[in-house]
Design a protein around this ligand. Structure first.
Ligand code: BES
Ligand code: MN
Length: 445
């Protein structure tokens, strides 16, 4: 059976590749209100692809959220139902000058196909499409396709969508193709993800700007005060210094130093921050970054005490912690570390829960054997990721009986969200084969 499936995967790949390229040309940036029409167009393109495979599909949205595609195709009577998830929205492409080829023009160079969304996550859609195309009208399982349109902006209306379409989304196994593998040639199942808290803070020290020579030395400026608040968030070693956050146990995976250096983008000479093993720091401990600042530009800065300044805090929380706890501990910390009587106000931008998956049971057995076969005998490792897919917790809540498998096309050098995002084409082929084998195995169970 599996040799036959291998050959069929080979034969559908060129078509899948060109469908992926067509999807990538659509600028479905969910964070950009001006491109809402593109997100709609991308939902329509996704729907057309599944309609062509004989699926019954519709475009749905809830509470004014982005359009998602739900599509169904039946397998044999009595077979399990498998929900295949991916998202058709993408992150902003940012500065085109940082890209070596136009961000929405899929371009092959070396081993990869480069474009925004070529991996995250239009290749997830393409992988699902490939697996169902291989089987044609003989699907081994019932398939529900669920392709979301607002993952990159926090899946705000996903709970409403799940509630509204609960029956039509019900499944025994949920395959979420939005993560990745451990290395080129080494597959993985993602079994833990961090949660997320984003918060904007403003620090104010003056009611209005004043001359820095007249008042400097007596009145603190807001940027100095904000800098102190920010500096208090880590200890000297670089661990997050907020009391009361959860840290989990170390996963037993060694991330070699040379790979960390090559894959992390760290500039030469940069020292790692924090303590514990590398994967502990990346997967099971909190992390905190400043991802934006509102302050006067250096060009044109005048000799003025700046009255107020803002920063965005992006904090990752460990599996086992909750967003509610993390927000409360962060606010306590900020209030205790605001110097000189400055006023600190905060606004929670969004939060998402972490996930720890019980990676046992028949669906995991099926996935491990499918992955091992697709990677020619290399067994998948259980890995964590430092990123977040907050809705996994929501899926698990909505369907507590279902097994959730988190897979995907990414590899350590995918550069998702960055310039020159690229899909590794040989790995992509293995991902499609693995999913094909998985569906066949689940159907046979
Ligand atoms: N595909 C990523 C999640 C991911 C990140 C998986 C790293 C594997 C490794 C997903 O599209 C994503 O970027 N999620 C956001 C969530 C946020 C917008 C709520 C993230 O992690 O920042
Ligand atoms: Mn993604």
């Amino acid at each position: 059976m599996s040799e036959d499936l291998r050959a069929r995967v080979q034969s559908v790949l060129p078509g899948i590749r060109s469908d992926l390229e067509d999807l990538v040309r659509i600028e479905s940036v969910s964070a950009d209100p001006e491109r809402a029409g593109e997100v709609q167009r991308s939902a329509e393109a996704v729907k057309a692809l599944f309609d062509a495979e004989g699926f019954t599909s519709s475009i749905v949205s809830a509470d004014g959220g982005a359009p998602a595609v739900i599509a169904h195709k039946a397998g044999p009577e009595g077979a399990p139902t498998v929900l295949l998830y991916a998202h058709h929205d993408v992150q902003p492409e940012n500065d085109h000058a940082d890209w070596d080829s136009p961000p929405f023009e899929p371009t092959e160079r070396g081993d990869r196909l480069y474009a925004r969304g070529a991996a995250d996550d239009k290749a997830g859609i393409a992988a699902h499409l490939g697996a169902v195309r291989v089987f044609g009208d003989d699907l081994p399982v019932n398939v529900v396709m669920f392709i979301e349109g607002e993952e990159e902006v926090g899946s705000e209306t996903l709970p409403a969508l799940l509630a509204e379409h609960r029956e039509s989304l019900r499944a025994d196994v949920i395959v979420i193709a939005d993560s990745g593998n451990w290395d080129i040639g080494v597959p993985a199942l993602t079994t833990s993800l961090r949660g997320l808290v984003r918060m904007d803070i403003e620090v104010r020290t003056l009611t209005h700007a004043v001359h820095s020579g007249m008042w400097g030395g007596l009145v603190p400026d807001s940027l100095m005060a904000l800098s102190r608040v920010i500096a208090s968030l880590h200890d000297d070693e670089g661990n997050v210094a907020i009391e009361g956050l959860h840290s989990g146990p170390a996963a037993d995976v060694e991330y070699p130093e040379d790979r960390l250096r090559a894959e992390s983008g760290a500039a030469p000479g940069i020292e790692w921050i924090g303590s514990g093993s590398a994967v502990e720091r990346l997967w099971t401990k909190p992390a905190l970054s400043i991802t934006g600042l509102d302050a006067p530009k250096v060009a044109g800065a005048s000799n003025t005490l700046v009255p107020a300044a803002r920063a965005r805090i992006s904090m990752r929380i460990a599996p086992g912690d909750t967003a509610e706890n993390a927000v409360a501990r962060l606010v306590e910390h900020l209030e205790a570390h605001t110097p000189w009587g400055a006023t600190l106000t905060h606004t929670v931008v969004d939060t998402g829960e972490a996930t720890q998956i019980d990676a046992t049971g028949p669906a995991y057995d099926a996935a491990r054997s499918a992955f091992t076969e697709a990677w020619d005998g290399t067994e998948p490792i259980d890995m964590g990721v430092g990123g977040s897919i907050p809705f996994i917790a929501e899926f698990l809540e909505a369907f507590p009986q279902a097994s959730v498998l988190v897979t995907g096309v990414e590899d350590p050098d995918t550069r998702a969200h960055g310039a020159n995002e690229g899909l590794h084409l040989a790995e992509f082929e293995r991902v499609v084969l693995a999913e094909t084998l998985l569906l066949a195995t689940l159907g046979a169970q």
